[in-house]
Structures are given as C-alpha cells and as structure tokens.
Design a protein around this ligand. Structure first.
Ligand SMILES: Nc1ncnc2c1ncn2[C@@H]1O[C@H](COP(=O)(O)OP(=O)(O)OP(=O)(O)O)[C@@H](O)[C@H]1O
Ligand SMILES: Cc1ncc(C[n+]2csc(CCOP(=O)(O)O)c2C)c(N)n1
Ligand SMILES: [Mg+2]
Length: 336
C-alpha cells in the first residue's frame, strides 16, 4: 500500500504493529470495527471520539452532541453488520455545567434506548487548564461501542471483487453543506438549511441495513471522512479500482438546490454522512434492494469495482458526458 498521509500516517507508523499478539482471534484490524471471536460468540468493537470545535460547534445543542457521540459509533457497528448491545463513555469537561451535561445525557440516552444499547461504564475527567488564560480546554467525548454478530459473519473493508456493484445508503452531502452554511461559506434557502442541519446534528446509523447486508455484501464502510476517501479505503484493502457515476450519487432535494460545484464537494469529499458504502455482486441486485426495503433505507447503485491495474488503487468519478470529475479535496483528515 502507498504511504499514507495525515492521521493515517500516524496510525500506520506508530500504532499498527508492535503490540502483543493476543490470544483472541480478531478479524478486521484497520477496519471500522475489530471483529473478535471467543468461543462460539463473535462481537464487533469500535471507538470514536468527538471534540468540541473539531467535531461539533461550540454552540451546538448538547442534546444533539450526546445523540451524535453515540450515533457515530453505532455507524461503525453498522459498517460491520453488527447489532449494537453495549457502550462505555469517557468524558473530559472544562467545567461542571449541569444543564449542559443533563441535555447531553438526554440526547445520548434517547439513542441508547432507540438502539437497545446499554451504557456499562466509562470515565470522567476535567480537561487541563491553560496556565496563561486560566481556561480549561474544550470538552471531548469518547465512546467504545460493542455489538454482536452471527458466528462466522461480519463485514469488512476487504473483499470487494472486480465486477461488484458499488452501493450507497441514504443520501450524501447534507451534513457538510449544513456546516458550510453555518461557517458562512455557502448560502441556502431556510427549509434546505433546516433539513441539511438535521443530518449534521442527528446522523442515523444504518444498523438495520448493515445487518441485512451480512449475507450479501462483499465489503462495507461507513462514510465519516467523505465518500471518495472512504470508498478508497475499500479499494486499498480489497486491492481493486472503481468507477463511479456522479449522476447516480444520491443527493437530497435540499442539496440539489445548491450549485452543482457545491453538491460535488459536499457529496464526494464532505464527510459526516454516516451512510454505508458497500459492494455486492450484480447477481444479488434484487436481494440488495429487498434488504433496503426491509431496513426502510434507500439504497442506490453508484458504480462498479474494477480489477487493479497493478498501479495501486484508484477511484474515478465520471460525469454524464463521460469526463472525469475533479475531486475538490481528499476528504476529512485531522492532520492534512
Ligand atoms: N491510535 C490508534 N491506535 C490503534 N489503532 C488506531 C488508532 N487510531 C485509529 N486506529 C485504527 O485505524 C483504523 C482507521 O481509523 P479511523 O479512525 O479512520 O476509523 P474510521 O472508522 O474510518 O473513522 P471514523 O473515526 O471517522 O469512524 C481503524 O481500524 C482504527 O481502529
Ligand atoms: C465544528 C465542526 N468542524 C468540522 C466538522 C466536520 N468533521 C469533523 S470530523 C469529520 C470526520 C469524521 O471524524 P473522525 O475521523 O474523527 O471520526 C468531519 C467531516 C464538524 N462536524 N464540525
Ligand atoms: Mg468508520
């Protein structure tokens, strides 16, 4: 694999090897979840952190922050096809603002109940004080979430085969467009802003779909850093290339009210979508549509997996005229 940049070079260089060889069989290191077998049981485990200012705006409604902190973790479980069962919560807070924490907890517990996922433990600390300003650093939250899988099953980023269809759940780009609006970079009509902001504030983890795809999909990932970057993770892990048709990329009516250039940036490189990208053989198209209906989730075929040309992995997105779409950026990277 080519040397990666930003946050991924940190993971690759310092944390992807060198630990003990554990006794548990674990499938999917470097995936959305670690898939672990003990005895006849198989579980999926994931961890994800949200920091104020980096993942949510300082004036965000704490109910939404609580909801989203769990939702992004359940989305990683969805990418593995796992059913959420339990989670652990670590929090670092600058001060004891009970009203804020109560609202955060309400949002968190709302989704925990909806998903049947129990809070089993955690850790609570105060963030460090800046000796010059006297201010404590902003809040951070980390959740470790666990789900179960049928023995022998579980989706990973590896496994996409040449000829497979590439599918996406829901629609892409709304959350990023809402953020661009909040930053004052883009304009939109009030109703479009309302709908897109809802997607940024309250992502819907696709666990029912992930579960239904267990016997069907050859690879899966959830879209956190942007469609092109996250699909590229599947391509790298599966040693394949892909072509995608821009016209087929599912977008909400709200996003489609924005200029075409902004739609492309948001849907292809934006991130924060928490939809699933997955691959499946064309022979299973009907079954994939049925899985979408059973999970009450839109599924759209956007492209096809191609064989590796020996020159690494690559993704090309084509417009309706067959011209390659220039991707605005590589998607979200904490250290890019
Ligand atoms: N500090 C770390 N130590 C060990 N493994 C890590 C570390 N940070 C990330 N990883 C692993 O690297 C892989 C990629 O991490 P990443 O955070 O991008 O996951 P993701 O599911 O794609 O992203 P997101 O956090 O946006 O859901 C995952 O398998 C993750 O467990
Ligand atoms: C205030 C604010 N600034 C930026 C963003 C966008 N954003 C932050 S992290 C991330 C990728 C997933 O993160 P990770 O890889 O850490 O899971 C995205 C798309 C936001 N939501 N709020
Ligand atoms: Mg993920």
């Amino acid at each position: 694999m080519a040397e990666r940049s930003g946050e991924f070079s940190i993971i690759d260089r310092f944390f992807s090897s060198g630990s003990a060889a554990g006794p548990w069989f674990c499938k999917g290191i470097g995936d959305d979840c670690a898939i672990i077998d003990f005895g006849d049981s198989r579980i999926a485990v994931t961890i994800d952190m949200l920091a104020m200012g980096t993942h949510f705006l300082p004036d965000a409604d704490p109910r939404n922050v609580g909801y989203k902190t769990l939702a992004v973790n359940l989305s990683d479980l969805a990418a593995a096809g796992a059913t959420p069962r339990a989670f652990f919560l670590s929090i670092g807070l600058p001060d004891k603002n009970d009203a804020w924490i109560e609202a955060f907890s309400e949002g968190l517990m709302e989704l925990a109940k909806e998903a049947g996922c129990a809070l089993l433990g955690g850790d609570t600390v105060r963030t460090p004080k800046n000796p010059v300003t006297g201010e404590h650093s902003p809040a951070v939250f980390s959740i470790t979430a666990m789900g179960d899988l049928p023995p022998g099953l579980g989706l990973t980023r590896a496994g996409a085969k040449p000829g497979d269809d590439i599918w996406v759940s829901g629609t892409l780009g709304d959350a990023y467009a809402a953020l661009k609006y909040r930053w004052g970079h883009w304009a939109a009509a009030p109703e479009a802003v309302r709908l897109m902001s809802r997607r940024m504030d309250r992502p819907e983890p696709r666990n029912a779909l992930g579960r239904a795809l267990l016997p069907l999909a050859t690879a899966a990932i959830d879209v956190s850093d942007g469609f092109s970057q996250d699909l590229t993770h599947i391509l790298e892990r599966s040693h394949v290339r892909a072509r995608v048709s821009w016209d087929d990329v599912p977008r909400s009516e709200a996003l489609m009210s924005l200029p075409e250039e902004e739609q492309r940036e948001a849907a292809l490189s934006g991130g924060d979508d928490y939809e699933l990208i997955f691959t499946a053989p064309p022979s299973l198209r009907k079954a994939v549509f049925e899985a979408g209906i059973a999970a009450d989730t839109l599924v759209t075929r956007v492209g096809e997996i191609l064989p590796s040309d020996g020159d690494g992995t690559s993704l090309t997105v084509y417009d309706a005229k067959g011209a390659a779409v220039i991707l605005k950026n590589g998607g979200f990277d904490h250290f890019a």
